[in-house]
Ligand binder design. Structure first.
Ligand code: EPZ
Length: 423
């Protein structure tokens, strides 16, 4: 499918932000541990979420969805492996490792392998499982973790505040014997949301969202309901779409405190941003100012997932902006596609230099990955003329009906087949 955009229109209006993809995925994975019906509300409609449903069903769970409310019945789990096909569909399926191991005493999955944005190693996950008492062996591209006698609490110092590794540890340690302490833990809001869900199921997790997380193992977890937090990256992306078109929009159902560095960048670019507890309003100038330096960092720093849409937003700024990507090694693949709009960018290793131009022109471009694809939508909204963004499947992994959201904000965008027919 293709997103077809007629750019140059100021975005105006109000929209509610989707639930967080990166919170829903680990929460769905650990519903495996609750041995009953878990109800997850505000769960976004995304292909990555569907891929997680496929893994849950493969493991023996019953999964159903009513709008944005998902019910997972994990009473009878019948498998302890993730097939290669499902692993390849979504690299972040490694988030199931801790849940399958804690539920079955055994977990087998293929090495995720690389993806569009980097090698995505899982050494920190496997080292943590070993520290919790699992035997971990790698054979013929598959990883097998075994802990027939259950897991034991441990001290786990992370050499990098890995989001996924922190989540796998919290999930696996919830049912371990004894206490687990994770130091240099990831502090993303999705970590706190996962801890809130697990504590609602009877886990005993303290310190989530801070550098040190303490998990006291319990005997069992019981199903509980949970409402997923809003998606801070989707929110920032739509704010960037408004900023790049000189627009004025309001986002509701969002937690502004999760967007600290992003709001700072919008303000440095000349936008007026007002925020209260659940809404953000942005009012952009007709032409943005450049942003001297954006450096991606683990939370609460500037998020790597918003780096590409931010770059797209700055291609028309009145001056030079610099972005440094410190988290992933291959997250500038979208830059070549942005130059097709007439944008001027140079990449040197982990640094991108964006020389703002007066105007962008519509182009035919191809999404290289999820956030790179979102960047192309942002650029297309600003560009004069028609833009077609091919390979929409990347974007649909993380953005729920962006054509509906953006049309609701006065953009001219539709999702069409490659032959131009609208589905
Ligand atoms: C999560 O990925 C997110 N995905 C990513 O969002 C996000 O970019 C990333 O965190 C950083 O914020 C989900 O939550 C599903 P990491 P994750 O482990 O857990 C290295 C998106 O666009 N590392 O914090 O995989 C790794 O190579 C996606 O929504 C190891 O070296 O991220 C990377 O350089 C993309 N060994 C860095 O740490 C490990 O064992 C950050 O990875 C694990 C990670």
């Amino acid at each position: 499918m293709i997103y077809e955009i007629t750019g140059g229109r100021r975005l105006r209006g109000e929209c509610r932000v989707q639930g967080s993809k990166n919170s829903a995925l680990p929460i769905l994975a650990c519903s495996l541990l609750c041995r009953g019906e878990t109800v997850i509300r505000n769960c976004p409609v995304l292909s990555d979420v569907e891929a997680t449903f496929a893994i849950l069903r493969h493991l023996g769970c019953r999964v159903s969805r009513e709008g944005h409310t998902v019910t997972v019945d994990s009473a009878s789990v019948t498998a302890d492996d993730i097939p290669d096909t499902l692993m390849r569909e979504m690299r972040s399926s490694v988030i199931f490792l801790g849940a399958i191991l804690a539920r079955n005493g055994r977990a087998s999955l293929s090495t995720p392998g690389g993806c569009e944005i980097g090698l995505r190693p899982i050494d920190l996950h496997l080292d943590a499982m070993r520290r919790l008492g699992a035997q971990v062996r790698e054979e013929f591209g598959r990883i097998v973790c075994e802990a027939p006698g259950g897991l034991r609490g441990a001290k786990i110092p992370l050499s990098f505040p890995s989001v996924g590794a922190t989540e796998n540890i919290m999930i696996a340690a919830s049912l371990a014997q004894g206490e687990t302490t994770v130091t240099n833990a990831a502090r993303e809001p999705e970590i706190s949301d996962l801890a809130d869900f697990l504590n609602g199921c009877g886990a005993k997790i303290a310190g989530a969202g801070e550098g040190t997380v303490v998990i006291e193992g319990v005997e069992r977890l019981s199903p509980a309901g949970h409402t997923v937090i809003p998606d801070r990256i989707a929110a920032a992306t739509y704010l960037a779409a408004a900023a790049v078109t000189g627009g004025e929009i309001t986002l509701t159902g969002i937690i502004p405190a999760h967007l600290g560095p992003e709001i700072g960048v919008f303000e440095e670019a000349g936008c007026r941003v007002e925020a209260d507890c659940r809404r953000i309003r942005i009012n952009a100038p007709s032409r943005l100012r450049p942003v001297k330096m954006i450096r991606t960092m683990p939370y609460p720093g500037f998020p790597t997932d918003f780096q590409a849409p931010a770059a797209a937003m700055l291609t028309g700024a009145a001056g030079v902006s610099v972005i440094i990507e410190t988290i992933f090694e291959n997250r500038f693949k979208y830059v070549g596609e942005l130059t097709r709009f007439g944008a001027k960018l140079r990449v040197d290793g982990r640094m991108a230099v964006i020389d703002g131009v007066e105007r962008l022109y519509g182009a035919n471009v191809v999404s290289p990955d999820l956030r790179g694809g979102a960047a192309l939508l942002v650029a297309g909204l600003a560009a004069e003329g028609v833009t077609r963004v091919y390979d929409s499947r990347h974007i649909e992994r993380g953005y729920e009906s962006p054509e509906r959201v953006l049309s609701g904000l006065s953009a001219e965008i539709r999702r069409v087949e490659e032959d131009g027919t609208e589905r």
